[in-house]
Design a protein. Structure first.
Length: 337
């Protein structure tokens, strides 16, 4: 594969893809609550760009009722509802033609069963959308990477080198596949994801994200008692001495705020960095605590061209993710500058 590159998340979108939550063994008694949160995320994003919600067969009517007329609902076989990780990663070539990279999916190291429908959903979505499919045998979730669209990718060793993903691949081989399939030229490896992120084994989208070319936002908990206080400073130290694919030193924006909420009697951290960049908007997960506003102000300053919208997401966090985890942008096909 030559000539394709994964665009940055701030590039123009044709729309956003989401999947409807129905997995009772994951959500249990909070299933109704998480459906409300998913629908609130879909409604918030639909203010900025079209949203397509994929529901398992038989659940389309329920999804339409929750999400409203501004969200398009289609039915395709699904196991779970984390489209950042199971949906295709879209790439563009130099002429603006779009393709979707179909990485393998094994439910974050076989943590949930079954997952065969989610492993196949990328191919079904690409066929539905009429987008060419590029297959990869490597297991990769979209939440494990962040790209600047100009050749740089950031990931975490905690996740990508975990033996439950690609035990037969070396770090160099994983990096080579990322470069080949996503058109990146440089990979920056952070040592850590979140310590409490046992579901994804430390996805980068809870700790760091590109906000613009040469600019990253990073989680930097101010509270010394936070389990990631030292770990995130180790990540920042790597970024401080890193350059991107164009040789630029990185501007680092710290997000010191952290938030915990209680769901089903469990204290759950809501990651402010697990946000979705929409066309003109920034949809941020919030916990309903005082520090929500301060965190959104930091993120608004890092994305000055976006309208920031907070959406309640503690129940989504209880399931193991945030707004970014349940969304996948569909970039608009167009020539790149």
């Amino acid at each position: 594969m030559t000539g394709f590159r994964m665009p940055a998340e701030w590039d123009e979108h044709e729309g956003c893809l989401m999947a409807w939550p129905t997995r009772e063994e994951l959500w249990g008694g909070v299933l109704s609550a998480v459906k409300w949160e998913y629908s609130e995320v879909a409604r918030a994003i639909s203010r900025f760009e079209p949203v397509t919600m994929v529901a398992p067969p038989g659940y389309g009517g329920e999804a339409r009722t929750h999400c409203g007329d501004d969200v398009t609902v289609i039915e395709l076989p699904l196991d779970d509802s984390w489209f950042r990780d199971s949906a295709p990663l879209f790439v563009l070539d130099e002429d603006g033609n779009r393709a979707g990279v179909d990485f393998r999916f094994n439910a974050w190291g076989r943590k949930h069963h079954p997952y065969d429908s989610d492993d196949r959903i990328s191919a079904l979505l690409l066929d539905h959308l009429g987008v060419d499919r590029i297959a990869s045998d490597m297991i990769l979730e979209g939440g494990a990477i962040t790209v600047d669209g100009e050749g740089t990718l950031i990931t975490t060793e905690q996740c990508l080198l975990h033996p439950n993903r690609n035990p037969d691949l070396t770090r160099d081989e994983i990096e080579a596949e990322l470069k080949a399939r996503l058109g990146v030229e440089k990979v920056i490896w952070l040592p850590y994801g979140g310590l409490l992120d046992t579901e994804t084994d430390g996805h980068v989208d809870g700790v760091c994200a590109f906000a613009a070319p040469g600019k990253v936002v990073v989680s930097l908990p101010a509270d010394p008692a936070h389990p990631d206080h030292a770990r995130m400073r180790a990540n920042r130290a790597v970024l401080e001495v890193s350059t991107d694919a164009k040789g630029r030193a990185l501007e680092i924006v710290d997000v010191p705020q952290t938030a915990f909420g209680e769901v089903a009697g469990v204290q759950i951290e809501v990651s402010y960095l697990n946000y979705y960049l929409a066309n003109g908007g920034l949809v941020v997960p919030v916990a309903g605590v005082p520090q929500d506003l301060a965190a959104m102000e930091v993120l608004a300053a890092a994305h000055p061209d976006r309208k920031v919208v907070g959406v309640p997401a503690p129940v989504i966090a209880y399931g193991g993710g945030g707004v970014h985890c349940i969304t996948q942008q569909l970039p608009a096909p167009r020539p790149r500058a």
